[in-house]
Design a binder for this molecule. Structure first.
Ligand SMILES: [Cu+2]
Length: 201
């Protein structure tokens, strides 16, 4: 049994048997991810790589694909220079797992971890993102797609997950503008960028 077969069967056989999807394996139920500083080729060459903050060093973070009604257990390891937390945007969830630092949980300090554990009751397209200093941490790349699959998938020819983001980059160095002090940007959990990327490209 190859690993992907095992994951599909253990996560929810009922969710994937009716309509196999090309290469769309469900996410393991138990896993961990690390929020960390990384570098990605955001602006095209010859621009250098851009330093970002990402889950598992990726931007966007790993795409999570969960069967409706399944339980998600995911440990956040914080390797960032700031305290952080993960908010599961739009998921009907216990407050204790909602990941809003300072409101539903204490922010996870650098070097510490937090175990998220919840069930996803509704099918749909969601996202997860940092929810501590969101105006900075989301703008640095801490987010990813969260797809909750219904048992009977609609018949489609093709499925693509696209995440759009606008980045405020230094036009000379392609590095993220580090000034996050604007009150307008803070109150809107972000700022207008000068470089638009789809799935980090
Ligand atoms: Cu949100």
């Amino acid at each position: 049994m190859i690993r992907r077969d095992f994951l599909l069967r253990s996560a929810s056989a009922a969710a994937v048997l009716p309509l196999p999807r090309a290469g769309r394996a469900l996410t393991p139920q138990f896993d961990e991810f690390k929020a960390q500083v990384s570098a990605v080729q955001l602006a095209p060459p010859p621009y250098p790589k851009t330093e970002i903050w990402g889950y598992d060093g990726m931007m966007p973070g790993p795409e999570l694909r969960i069967a409706q009604g399944a339980r998600v257990q995911r440990k956040l390891l914080n390797a960032l220079p700031q305290a952080s937390s993960v908010h599961w945007h739009g998921i009907r969830i216990d407050n204790a797992m909602d990941g809003v630092a300072g409101l539903t949980q204490a922010a996870v300090e650098p070097g510490e971890s937090f175990d998220y554990d919840f069930v996803v009751p509704d099918a749909g397209t969601y996202w997860y993102h940092a929810h501590a200093r969101s105006f900075e941490q989301v703008a640095r790349g801490l987010y990813g797609a969260l797809i909750v699959e219904e048992a009977e998938a609609p018949e489609v020819d093709r499925e693509e997950v696209l995440i759009l983001d606008d980045w405020l980059l230094d036009p000379e160095t392609a590095q993220i503008n580090p000034d996050f002090t604007s009150a307008h940007s803070r109150s809107h959990a972000g700022r207008m960028g000068n470089f638009v990327a789809t799935n980090g490209q």
